[in-house]
Write a protein that binds this ligand. Structure first.
Ligand code: 5GP
Length: 176
């Protein structure tokens, strides 16, 4: 099956929106510590771009890798930690940084797992949100772009592990 990518959200649109998110997060966490936890691998470009826009002297970053088993098109919520964060989050202000929230199953499980570690606060920031696909009712605090039910790649999101390096987000069109 061949595929092509149609530009859906441009590099400039992404840059501008991340600037806005960074400004809001800087205001909301003024005088507080903040630990950004990026979920590998899709969140890497987003987390890097976002941290450059956050003005906070007590900003730290860490990464987690999780696998969500399920069918090819849908996660099951059976989330396993493949790589855990390196530090304790007890009493810290934590923000999970994700590339996309689809059914919400992965995020729901992540929130459940991290909440047991007693952070002072736990919030979620996602570059993309597909609300029409939601199965689990998760609260998302910061959203880059709300999108319809399309399969997208680029800016960290993969098409079968490729295309993560694109500076824009494209819709993957599959030809027969
Ligand atoms: P959820 O548990 O919310 O259904 O699954 C979220 C995960 O599904 C994301 O972290 C991502 O790996 C994958 N995903 C959902 N929609 C898309 C999409 O349009 N493009 C890509 N590349 N991954 C997606």
């Amino acid at each position: 099956m061949s595929r092509k990518i149609d530009i859906f959200i441009t590099e400039d649109q992404i840059k501008n929106r991340i600037k806005e998110l960074g400004k809001k997060i800087s205001e909301d966490y003024k005088g507080k510590d903040l630990l950004l936890i990026g979920i590998l691998k899709g969140s890497v470009p987003f987390l890097c771009s976002l941290m450059w826009e956050i003005d906070n002297e007590k900003l730290a970053i860490d990464f987690m890798d999780v696998s969500s088993y399920g069918s090819e098109t849908e996660s099951s919520g059976d989330v396993k930690i493949l790589k855990d964060i390196d530090s304790s989050i007890k009493g810290r202000n934590v923000m999970i940084v994700e590339d996309i929230v689809d059914t919400g199953r992965t995020m729901n499980k992540l929130l459940e797992m991290l909440n047991t570690r007693e952070p002072a606060s736990l919030k979620v920031c996602t570059l993309l949100d597909k609300p029409s696909r939601r199965v689990c009712d998760v609260k998302i605090d910061y959203i880059g772009f709300e999108i319809e039910n399309r399969f997208v790649a680029g800016f960290g999101l993969d098409d079968d592990q490729y295309m993560r390096q694109l500076k824009y987000i494209g819709e993957v069109i599959f030809d027969k």
